[in-house]
Design a protein around this ligand. Sequence first.
Ligand code: ATP
Ligand code: MG
Length: 355
Amino acid sequence: YDINMEQLVLEQELGRGNYGTVKKVLHLPTNVEMAMKEIRLELDSTKLNGILMELDILHRAEGSYIVEFYGAFFVESCVYYCMEYMDGGSLASLCCFPNGNVCLPPSLSSSPGSAWTSSPPPLADEHLCRIASSMTHGLEFLKTGLGVMHRDVKPTNVLVNSKGQVKLCDFGVSGQLEKSIAKTNVGCQSYMAPERIKGSSPSGSNMEDAFTSYTVSADVWSLGLSIVEIARGRYPYPPETYENVFAQLSAIVDGEAPGLPEDEEIADEEVEIHTQDNVLYGASPGQSSFMRKGKRRWSPEARDWVRRCLIKNADERATYKELLEHPWIKADRQRSVDMVSWVAKAIEWRDRGGR
Ligand code: ATP
Ligand code: MG
């Protein structure tokens, strides 16, 4: 459609990123609920029109693994971008502790009465597999269908809905918009592949260079890192500290790549809740083998898949084709996975005290 501000009723704020605010809106002419992202840019109307033209290719993005684009417009120096509303929000909000790796685990939390006394509802291997498969299909679609790479793959840019669908958002279709936003890596968690970090000038004097010398395989790294974070419930690299502002970036470049966590015990209370629940336990032989007697276990196939994404040498990293033909992902096509129940539980957990 041709959307403008007069047709929209603003509802609640859905979240806030480094570059703007996302609000839920109702589009009156169609009665469709949408998510509207506001991006503040100091640009003239010629440049803003250029951005709108570039965003137009998004009308072709109808993959089922991509958040649908409804339209964009600008008012003064803000670009407003309207997209499909995903009622589950981001995977980061559903599986990860807020503040990522700086947050204490619930057992060490100093205020037991606080909202963070429970862990997120456990993800089984097959849930993680469905997420990985959806993300890979989405990225593959962007590349072959639209000829673009994503450039900002991370758990906050993976959205879910109560139908159990998993879709990507915030991909870099508009070169002009990307440049104007000038991502100076303001986030405190980097999902950049080693070659992107190495390619950027440490003095920060030449931002252009920093974002030109990498290819689609850089997204594969970010994909693998996102899957590890979703599985662990927290970002896997150490935070940058006052003493060492490059701690994280040097760990990414020089350290060993992270992987799926070792088998872990699941708290008794969670086992009790979920053993009564056919969704996660004992519903089928395949499911129960991954999560039984309070143990969470990632399959060897899952570990291998993640390892292939997180190869530090970009040339050796898996391609989307290889990732989609991997036994872990192939198995996903042959089974039905109850994402709906997991999403419902995760939303309940988050709304009890999350973000
Ligand atoms: P960054 O600014 O580093 O990209 P971010 O991805 O969290 O971080 P935004 O893209 O501005 O920032 O999104 C903010 C939040 O809004 C997201 O984390 C998500 O929870 C929510 N959100 C974004 N798009 C939608 C949508 N289409 N439907 C529902 N919620 C959304
Ligand atoms: Mg985002």
